[in-house]
Write a protein that binds this ligand. Sequence first.
Ligand code: F6P
Ligand code: MG
Length: 444
Amino acid sequence: TTRAPEPHSAKDKDTFAYKTVAHRLPVILTKAIDTTCRRLKSLVESGVVSSDHRLDAEQEMKDSIGRMAKLRNELQTDKPFVELVSTAPDVHIWNRCLSDHMSEFRCEPKWFTTSWLYAECYLYRRVREAFQLTQYVNTFDPFSESKEEALKSSIHAIEVLTEFMRTSFATKDTDIETEFTRFIELSLWGNKCDLSLSAGSQTNQFANPTQDLIQMRDFIIDNHTKQLWHFVDTYRSSSDGLQLSLVLDNSGFELFTDLCLIEFLETSGILNDKSVVKFYVKSMPWFVSDVMTKDFHWFLRYLCDDSNTHSSAVKELAHKWTHNLKTGKWLIIDDHFWTLPHDFSQMKTISPQLYHSLSESNLIVFKGDLNYRKLTADLKWDLSVPFDTSLRGFLPTTLCSLRTIKADVVVGIQDKQMLQKIHTFADNWRETGDYAVIQLAIKQ
Ligand code: F6P
Ligand code: MG
Protein backbone atom coordinates (compact mmCIF):
# COMPACT_ATOMS: atom_id res chain seq x y z
CA THR A 1 0.00 0.00 0.00
CA THR A 2 1.14 3.52 -0.76
CA ARG A 3 1.62 5.96 2.08
CA ALA A 4 -1.06 8.60 2.59
CA PRO A 5 0.00 12.13 1.62
CA GLU A 6 0.55 15.06 4.01
CA PRO A 7 -2.38 17.16 5.20
CA HIS A 8 -3.17 20.55 3.68
CA SER A 9 -1.68 23.29 5.80
CA ALA A 10 -1.26 27.04 5.91
CA LYS A 11 2.48 26.49 5.64
CA ASP A 12 1.99 26.32 1.87
CA LYS A 13 1.60 29.98 0.98
CA ASP A 14 -0.08 29.43 -2.38
CA THR A 15 -3.03 27.45 -0.99
CA PHE A 16 -6.54 28.29 0.11
CA ALA A 17 -5.49 26.89 3.48
CA TYR A 18 -3.05 29.78 3.87
CA LYS A 19 -5.56 32.40 2.67
CA THR A 20 -8.08 31.09 5.15
CA VAL A 21 -5.82 31.08 8.19
CA ALA A 22 -4.12 34.37 7.31
CA HIS A 23 -7.08 36.40 6.06
CA ARG A 24 -10.48 34.80 6.42
CA LEU A 25 -10.41 33.45 9.98
CA PRO A 26 -9.41 36.80 11.55
CA VAL A 27 -12.35 38.43 9.76
CA ILE A 28 -14.75 35.77 11.03
CA LEU A 29 -13.45 36.28 14.58
CA THR A 30 -13.81 40.04 14.30
CA LYS A 31 -17.41 39.62 13.21
CA ALA A 32 -18.13 37.31 16.15
CA ILE A 33 -16.62 39.91 18.48
CA ASP A 34 -18.71 42.70 16.90
CA THR A 35 -21.92 40.73 17.22
CA THR A 36 -21.17 39.95 20.85
CA CYS A 37 -20.48 43.64 21.56
CA ARG A 38 -23.72 44.64 19.91
CA ARG A 39 -25.81 42.03 21.70
CA LEU A 40 -24.33 42.83 25.10
CA LYS A 41 -26.82 45.62 25.75
CA SER A 42 -29.93 43.70 24.77
CA LEU A 43 -29.49 40.48 26.73
CA VAL A 44 -32.59 41.02 28.83
CA GLU A 45 -34.78 42.20 25.93
CA SER A 46 -33.80 39.23 23.80
CA GLY A 47 -34.54 36.81 26.64
CA VAL A 48 -30.99 35.56 27.18
CA VAL A 49 -31.08 36.46 30.90
CA SER A 50 -33.61 37.78 33.42
CA SER A 51 -33.20 41.38 34.57
CA ASP A 52 -31.87 40.21 37.95
CA HIS A 53 -28.73 38.97 36.24
CA ARG A 54 -28.23 41.76 33.73
CA LEU A 55 -25.02 43.13 35.21
CA ASP A 56 -23.37 39.78 35.77
CA ALA A 57 -24.25 38.68 32.27
CA GLU A 58 -22.93 41.89 30.74
CA GLN A 59 -19.66 41.41 32.56
CA GLU A 60 -19.48 37.82 31.31
CA MET A 61 -20.08 38.96 27.74
CA LYS A 62 -17.17 41.39 28.14
CA ASP A 63 -14.99 38.56 29.47
CA SER A 64 -15.92 36.43 26.46
CA ILE A 65 -15.10 39.29 24.10
CA GLY A 66 -11.72 39.52 25.83
CA ARG A 67 -11.12 35.82 25.28
CA MET A 68 -12.02 36.07 21.58
CA ALA A 69 -9.76 39.09 21.12
CA LYS A 70 -6.94 37.16 22.78
CA LEU A 71 -7.62 34.25 20.45
CA ARG A 72 -7.44 36.56 17.42
CA ASN A 73 -4.12 37.81 18.65
CA GLU A 74 -2.80 34.26 19.16
CA LEU A 75 -3.87 33.44 15.61
CA GLN A 76 -2.33 36.50 14.02
CA THR A 77 0.97 36.13 15.83
CA ASP A 78 1.10 32.36 15.28
CA LYS A 79 1.21 31.40 18.96
CA PRO A 80 1.23 27.71 19.98
CA PHE A 81 -2.12 26.08 20.74
CA VAL A 82 -2.99 25.81 24.41
CA GLU A 83 -5.08 23.32 26.35
CA LEU A 84 -8.81 23.84 26.76
CA VAL A 85 -9.72 24.58 30.36
CA SER A 86 -13.46 24.05 30.69
CA THR A 87 -14.95 20.86 32.09
CA ALA A 88 -16.98 19.89 29.01
CA PRO A 89 -16.97 16.20 28.06
CA ASP A 90 -14.98 16.71 24.83
CA VAL A 91 -12.15 18.66 26.49
CA HIS A 92 -9.97 15.67 27.32
CA ILE A 93 -10.12 14.57 23.68
CA TRP A 94 -8.95 17.98 22.48
CA ASN A 95 -6.18 18.06 25.06
CA ARG A 96 -5.09 14.57 24.09
CA CYS A 97 -4.83 15.75 20.50
CA LEU A 98 -2.50 18.48 21.67
CA SER A 99 -0.29 16.09 23.62
CA ASP A 100 -0.29 13.55 20.76
CA HIS A 101 0.89 16.31 18.45
CA MET A 102 3.68 17.19 20.88
CA SER A 103 4.89 13.61 21.10
CA GLU A 104 4.73 13.14 17.34
CA PHE A 105 6.35 16.42 16.23
CA ARG A 106 8.23 17.41 19.39
CA CYS A 107 6.67 20.86 19.38
CA GLU A 108 3.28 22.45 20.01
CA PRO A 109 0.91 22.85 17.09
CA LYS A 110 0.76 26.38 15.67
CA TRP A 111 -1.71 28.05 13.34
CA PHE A 112 0.50 28.37 10.30
CA THR A 113 2.31 25.05 10.46
CA THR A 114 -0.12 22.43 11.73
CA SER A 115 -2.81 20.95 9.49
CA TRP A 116 -5.45 23.36 8.23
CA LEU A 117 -8.25 21.09 9.44
CA TYR A 118 -6.91 20.98 13.00
CA ALA A 119 -6.27 24.74 13.10
CA GLU A 120 -9.69 25.71 11.77
CA CYS A 121 -11.59 23.33 14.06
CA TYR A 122 -9.52 24.50 17.04
CA LEU A 123 -10.51 28.09 16.33
CA TYR A 124 -14.23 27.36 16.49
CA ARG A 125 -13.74 25.23 19.60
CA ARG A 126 -11.97 28.12 21.33
CA VAL A 127 -14.81 30.49 20.38
CA ARG A 128 -17.16 28.06 22.07
CA GLU A 129 -14.92 28.01 25.13
CA ALA A 130 -15.04 31.80 25.36
CA PHE A 131 -18.71 31.42 26.35
CA GLN A 132 -18.49 28.02 27.99
CA LEU A 133 -16.54 29.54 30.87
CA THR A 134 -19.48 31.76 31.85
CA GLN A 135 -22.56 31.12 33.93
CA TYR A 136 -25.26 33.31 32.39
CA VAL A 137 -24.29 33.46 28.71
CA ASN A 138 -23.02 29.91 28.44
CA THR A 139 -25.16 29.03 25.43
CA PHE A 140 -24.67 32.33 23.58
CA ASP A 141 -24.08 31.71 19.87
CA PRO A 142 -22.15 34.58 18.25
CA PHE A 143 -23.21 33.32 14.81
CA SER A 144 -26.93 32.91 15.43
CA GLU A 145 -27.72 36.38 14.10
CA SER A 146 -26.04 35.72 10.78
CA LYS A 147 -27.73 32.33 10.48
CA GLU A 148 -31.11 33.94 11.08
CA GLU A 149 -30.47 36.86 8.73
CA ALA A 150 -29.41 34.42 6.03
CA LEU A 151 -32.68 32.54 6.25
CA LYS A 152 -34.69 35.75 6.19
CA SER A 153 -32.91 36.93 3.06
CA SER A 154 -33.55 33.67 1.24
CA ILE A 155 -37.31 33.58 1.80
CA HIS A 156 -37.98 34.48 -1.80
CA ALA A 157 -35.81 31.63 -3.08
CA ILE A 158 -37.59 29.30 -0.64
CA GLU A 159 -40.96 30.33 -2.03
CA VAL A 160 -39.77 29.76 -5.59
CA LEU A 161 -38.52 26.29 -4.66
CA THR A 162 -41.71 25.37 -2.86
CA GLU A 163 -43.69 26.23 -5.97
CA PHE A 164 -41.25 24.22 -8.08
CA MET A 165 -41.74 21.25 -5.80
CA ARG A 166 -45.54 21.46 -5.91
CA THR A 167 -45.64 21.56 -9.68
CA SER A 168 -43.11 18.81 -10.09
CA PHE A 169 -44.99 16.51 -7.70
CA ALA A 170 -48.23 17.28 -9.50
CA THR A 171 -47.09 16.63 -13.07
CA LYS A 172 -46.41 13.09 -14.13
CA ASP A 173 -44.59 13.92 -17.35
CA THR A 174 -41.03 13.76 -16.00
CA ASP A 175 -39.65 10.38 -15.10
CA ILE A 176 -38.73 9.65 -11.54
CA GLU A 177 -34.99 9.39 -12.12
CA THR A 178 -34.97 12.89 -13.63
CA GLU A 179 -36.87 14.15 -10.61
CA PHE A 180 -34.47 12.44 -8.24
CA THR A 181 -31.55 14.04 -10.05
CA ARG A 182 -33.11 17.48 -9.65
CA PHE A 183 -33.60 17.15 -5.92
CA ILE A 184 -30.10 15.79 -5.40
CA GLU A 185 -28.68 18.71 -7.38
CA LEU A 186 -30.82 21.18 -5.50
CA SER A 187 -29.46 19.94 -2.19
CA LEU A 188 -25.96 19.93 -3.68
CA TRP A 189 -26.07 23.55 -4.84
CA GLY A 190 -27.79 24.58 -1.63
CA ASN A 191 -24.32 23.98 -0.17
CA LYS A 192 -22.97 27.02 -2.01
CA CYS A 193 -24.69 29.10 0.64
CA ASP A 194 -22.40 28.65 3.61
CA LEU A 195 -21.58 31.82 5.47
CA SER A 196 -17.97 31.10 6.32
CA LEU A 197 -17.17 31.47 2.61
CA SER A 198 -19.36 34.38 1.60
CA ALA A 199 -18.88 36.18 4.93
CA GLY A 200 -22.61 36.64 5.13
CA SER A 201 -23.61 37.93 1.71
CA GLN A 202 -26.23 35.79 0.05
CA THR A 203 -27.41 35.74 -3.51
CA ASN A 204 -30.85 34.46 -4.24
CA GLN A 205 -30.32 31.25 -6.11
CA PHE A 206 -32.57 29.35 -8.42
CA ALA A 207 -34.68 32.04 -10.02
CA ASN A 208 -35.69 29.27 -12.39
CA PRO A 209 -34.77 25.96 -10.72
CA THR A 210 -35.26 23.60 -13.67
CA GLN A 211 -33.17 25.68 -16.05
CA ASP A 212 -30.55 26.74 -13.52
CA LEU A 213 -29.89 23.15 -12.51
CA ILE A 214 -29.30 22.05 -16.08
CA GLN A 215 -26.83 24.87 -16.62
CA MET A 216 -24.96 24.07 -13.43
CA ARG A 217 -24.64 20.37 -14.23
CA ASP A 218 -21.46 20.96 -16.25
CA PHE A 219 -19.79 22.16 -13.10
CA ILE A 220 -20.18 18.82 -11.33
CA ILE A 221 -16.75 17.40 -12.12
CA ASP A 222 -17.42 13.90 -10.78
CA ASN A 223 -21.02 12.82 -10.73
CA HIS A 224 -22.28 9.49 -9.35
CA THR A 225 -25.97 10.42 -9.41
CA LYS A 226 -26.87 7.52 -11.72
CA GLN A 227 -25.27 4.94 -9.43
CA LEU A 228 -26.92 6.62 -6.46
CA TRP A 229 -30.28 6.39 -8.18
CA HIS A 230 -29.82 2.68 -8.86
CA PHE A 231 -28.97 2.21 -5.21
CA VAL A 232 -32.01 4.02 -3.78
CA ASP A 233 -34.41 2.79 -6.44
CA THR A 234 -34.21 -0.74 -5.00
CA TYR A 235 -35.92 0.58 -1.86
CA ARG A 236 -38.95 1.76 -3.80
CA SER A 237 -40.19 -1.78 -4.18
CA SER A 238 -39.07 -3.03 -0.77
CA SER A 239 -41.54 -2.94 2.10
CA ASP A 240 -38.78 -2.01 4.55
CA GLY A 241 -38.15 1.46 3.20
CA LEU A 242 -34.81 3.21 3.15
CA GLN A 243 -33.19 4.01 6.50
CA LEU A 244 -31.43 7.30 5.84
CA SER A 245 -28.86 9.33 7.75
CA LEU A 246 -28.22 12.88 6.66
CA VAL A 247 -25.12 14.55 8.08
CA LEU A 248 -26.20 18.14 7.77
CA ASP A 249 -24.05 21.13 7.01
CA ASN A 250 -25.46 24.67 6.86
CA SER A 251 -28.58 26.17 8.32
CA GLY A 252 -30.97 28.34 6.31
CA PHE A 253 -31.38 27.86 2.60
CA GLU A 254 -29.20 24.74 2.42
CA LEU A 255 -31.25 23.06 5.15
CA PHE A 256 -34.38 23.90 3.17
CA THR A 257 -33.00 22.18 0.05
CA ASP A 258 -32.03 19.14 2.16
CA LEU A 259 -35.54 18.83 3.52
CA CYS A 260 -36.94 19.16 -0.02
CA LEU A 261 -34.82 16.17 -0.99
CA ILE A 262 -36.32 14.17 1.89
CA GLU A 263 -39.78 15.35 0.87
CA PHE A 264 -39.15 14.01 -2.62
CA LEU A 265 -37.89 10.66 -1.30
CA GLU A 266 -41.10 10.33 0.70
CA THR A 267 -43.39 11.29 -2.13
CA SER A 268 -41.72 8.82 -4.44
CA GLY A 269 -41.99 5.93 -1.97
CA ILE A 270 -38.25 5.47 -1.46
CA LEU A 271 -38.86 6.41 2.16
CA ASN A 272 -41.97 4.73 3.58
CA ASP A 273 -43.79 4.32 6.92
CA LYS A 274 -41.01 2.16 8.27
CA SER A 275 -38.27 4.63 7.36
CA VAL A 276 -36.67 6.84 9.94
CA VAL A 277 -34.57 9.80 8.84
CA LYS A 278 -31.74 10.72 11.20
CA PHE A 279 -30.40 14.26 10.93
CA TYR A 280 -26.96 14.72 12.45
CA VAL A 281 -26.21 18.25 13.62
CA LYS A 282 -23.47 20.11 15.48
CA SER A 283 -23.54 20.49 19.25
CA MET A 284 -21.86 23.93 19.24
CA PRO A 285 -21.59 26.96 16.93
CA TRP A 286 -19.46 25.71 14.06
CA PHE A 287 -17.97 27.15 10.86
CA VAL A 288 -20.39 30.07 11.17
CA SER A 289 -23.45 28.61 9.50
CA ASP A 290 -23.62 24.93 10.51
CA VAL A 291 -26.94 23.69 11.87
CA MET A 292 -27.39 23.05 15.59
CA THR A 293 -30.55 21.51 17.08
CA LYS A 294 -31.82 24.95 18.13
CA ASP A 295 -31.24 26.33 14.61
CA PHE A 296 -33.28 23.50 13.10
CA HIS A 297 -36.19 24.30 15.44
CA TRP A 298 -35.83 28.03 14.90
CA PHE A 299 -35.89 27.47 11.14
CA LEU A 300 -39.16 25.53 11.31
CA ARG A 301 -40.73 28.01 13.74
CA TYR A 302 -39.77 30.88 11.45
CA LEU A 303 -41.29 29.24 8.38
CA CYS A 304 -44.47 28.27 10.26
CA ASP A 305 -45.01 31.84 11.43
CA ASP A 306 -47.73 33.64 9.43
CA SER A 307 -45.93 36.95 9.42
CA ASN A 308 -42.78 35.68 7.72
CA THR A 309 -43.80 34.22 4.41
CA HIS A 310 -46.42 35.10 1.86
CA SER A 311 -46.79 31.58 0.71
CA SER A 312 -49.18 29.26 2.50
CA ALA A 313 -47.45 26.35 0.75
CA VAL A 314 -44.21 27.09 2.61
CA LYS A 315 -46.09 27.17 5.91
CA GLU A 316 -47.83 23.89 5.15
CA LEU A 317 -44.50 22.24 4.45
CA ALA A 318 -42.96 23.61 7.62
CA HIS A 319 -45.93 22.35 9.66
CA LYS A 320 -45.62 18.93 8.10
CA TRP A 321 -41.89 18.83 8.88
CA THR A 322 -42.50 19.91 12.47
CA HIS A 323 -44.99 17.05 12.74
CA ASN A 324 -42.40 14.58 11.42
CA LEU A 325 -40.14 15.56 14.31
CA LYS A 326 -42.96 15.22 16.84
CA THR A 327 -43.86 11.71 15.71
CA GLY A 328 -40.24 10.52 15.63
CA LYS A 329 -40.27 9.88 11.89
CA TRP A 330 -37.41 12.38 11.83
CA LEU A 331 -34.75 12.49 14.52
CA ILE A 332 -32.30 15.31 15.17
CA ILE A 333 -29.15 13.92 16.75
CA ASP A 334 -26.16 15.92 17.94
CA ASP A 335 -22.85 14.39 18.82
CA HIS A 336 -19.59 16.00 19.82
CA PHE A 337 -17.61 13.94 17.31
CA TRP A 338 -18.69 16.31 14.52
CA THR A 339 -16.97 19.20 16.28
CA LEU A 340 -13.70 17.43 16.97
CA PRO A 341 -10.69 17.92 14.69
CA HIS A 342 -10.60 14.22 13.80
CA ASP A 343 -11.21 12.89 10.34
CA PHE A 344 -13.88 10.24 9.87
CA SER A 345 -11.48 7.28 9.67
CA GLN A 346 -10.94 7.90 13.41
CA MET A 347 -14.66 7.78 14.28
CA LYS A 348 -14.77 4.08 15.10
CA THR A 349 -12.12 4.54 17.80
CA ILE A 350 -13.14 7.95 19.13
CA SER A 351 -16.95 7.65 18.99
CA PRO A 352 -17.91 3.99 18.53
CA GLN A 353 -21.59 4.61 19.37
CA LEU A 354 -21.88 7.19 16.63
CA TYR A 355 -20.22 4.83 14.17
CA HIS A 356 -22.68 2.17 15.19
CA SER A 357 -25.66 4.48 14.85
CA LEU A 358 -24.58 5.44 11.33
CA SER A 359 -24.01 1.84 10.34
CA GLU A 360 -27.65 1.04 11.15
CA SER A 361 -28.81 3.05 8.16
CA ASN A 362 -28.71 1.95 4.52
CA LEU A 363 -27.34 5.22 3.24
CA ILE A 364 -25.52 8.21 4.74
CA VAL A 365 -25.54 11.49 2.87
CA PHE A 366 -22.72 13.84 3.88
CA LYS A 367 -23.45 17.43 3.06
CA GLY A 368 -20.87 20.04 2.29
CA ASP A 369 -17.26 20.94 2.16
CA LEU A 370 -16.12 20.37 5.72
CA ASN A 371 -17.64 16.87 5.78
CA TYR A 372 -15.74 16.15 2.57
CA ARG A 373 -12.51 17.36 4.11
CA LYS A 374 -13.11 15.03 7.04
CA LEU A 375 -14.02 12.09 4.78
CA THR A 376 -10.74 12.51 2.93
CA ALA A 377 -8.78 13.67 6.03
CA ASP A 378 -8.01 16.91 4.13
CA LEU A 379 -4.84 15.32 2.76
CA LYS A 380 -2.97 16.39 -0.37
CA TRP A 381 -4.38 13.55 -2.43
CA ASP A 382 -3.81 13.39 -6.13
CA LEU A 383 -6.94 14.42 -8.06
CA SER A 384 -7.19 10.94 -9.57
CA VAL A 385 -7.09 8.93 -6.32
CA PRO A 386 -10.33 6.94 -6.02
CA PHE A 387 -12.87 8.32 -3.54
CA ASP A 388 -12.96 4.93 -1.75
CA THR A 389 -9.19 5.03 -1.20
CA SER A 390 -9.37 8.50 0.32
CA LEU A 391 -11.84 7.21 2.94
CA ARG A 392 -9.13 4.95 4.43
CA GLY A 393 -11.53 2.34 5.72
CA PHE A 394 -14.37 4.60 6.84
CA LEU A 395 -17.49 2.93 5.48
CA PRO A 396 -20.11 2.30 8.19
CA THR A 397 -22.58 1.73 5.35
CA THR A 398 -23.00 2.98 1.79
CA LEU A 399 -22.31 6.69 1.76
CA CYS A 400 -22.40 9.63 -0.55
CA SER A 401 -21.05 13.16 -0.49
CA LEU A 402 -22.83 16.20 -1.94
CA ARG A 403 -20.19 18.90 -1.90
CA THR A 404 -19.55 22.20 -3.60
CA ILE A 405 -15.80 22.68 -3.68
CA LYS A 406 -14.55 25.29 -1.21
CA ALA A 407 -11.22 23.83 -0.13
CA ASP A 408 -8.07 22.39 -1.69
CA VAL A 409 -8.78 18.67 -1.38
CA VAL A 410 -10.45 16.97 -4.36
CA VAL A 411 -10.30 13.26 -5.23
CA GLY A 412 -11.95 10.77 -7.55
CA ILE A 413 -11.33 12.49 -10.90
CA GLN A 414 -10.53 9.50 -13.05
CA ASP A 415 -11.91 10.68 -16.34
CA LYS A 416 -8.97 11.72 -18.56
CA GLN A 417 -10.96 14.37 -20.39
CA MET A 418 -12.09 15.92 -17.16
CA LEU A 419 -8.52 15.98 -15.85
CA GLN A 420 -7.53 17.89 -18.97
CA LYS A 421 -10.46 20.23 -18.70
CA ILE A 422 -9.55 21.07 -15.10
CA HIS A 423 -6.25 22.46 -16.38
CA THR A 424 -8.24 25.14 -18.20
CA PHE A 425 -10.11 26.26 -15.05
CA ALA A 426 -9.20 29.50 -13.29
CA ASP A 427 -6.42 29.10 -10.71
CA ASN A 428 -8.82 29.52 -7.81
CA TRP A 429 -11.38 26.96 -9.00
CA ARG A 430 -11.24 25.08 -5.68
CA GLU A 431 -12.10 28.18 -3.65
CA THR A 432 -15.35 29.50 -5.04
CA GLY A 433 -18.01 26.82 -4.56
CA ASP A 434 -18.75 27.03 -8.30
CA TYR A 435 -17.61 23.44 -8.89
CA ALA A 436 -18.95 20.38 -7.15
CA VAL A 437 -18.79 16.62 -6.75
CA ILE A 438 -21.43 13.97 -6.08
CA GLN A 439 -19.50 10.89 -4.99
CA LEU A 440 -20.69 7.52 -3.80
CA ALA A 441 -18.95 4.69 -1.95
CA ILE A 442 -20.91 1.45 -1.86
CA LYS A 443 -20.62 -1.00 1.02
CA GLN A 444 -20.68 -4.46 -0.51
O1 F6P B 1 -14.04 28.64 2.56
C1 F6P B 1 -13.98 27.42 2.88
C2 F6P B 1 -14.56 27.09 4.16
O2 F6P B 1 -14.66 28.06 5.13
C3 F6P B 1 -13.72 25.97 4.59
O3 F6P B 1 -12.88 26.38 5.53
C4 F6P B 1 -14.70 24.97 5.03
O4 F6P B 1 -14.26 23.73 4.65
C5 F6P B 1 -15.92 25.39 4.32
O5 F6P B 1 -15.82 26.67 3.93
C6 F6P B 1 -17.18 25.23 5.03
O6 F6P B 1 -18.08 24.94 4.06
P1 F6P B 1 -19.24 23.97 4.28
O7 F6P B 1 -20.26 24.76 5.00
O8 F6P B 1 -19.67 23.58 2.91
O9 F6P B 1 -18.73 22.80 5.06
MG1 MG C 1 -20.81 24.64 6.96
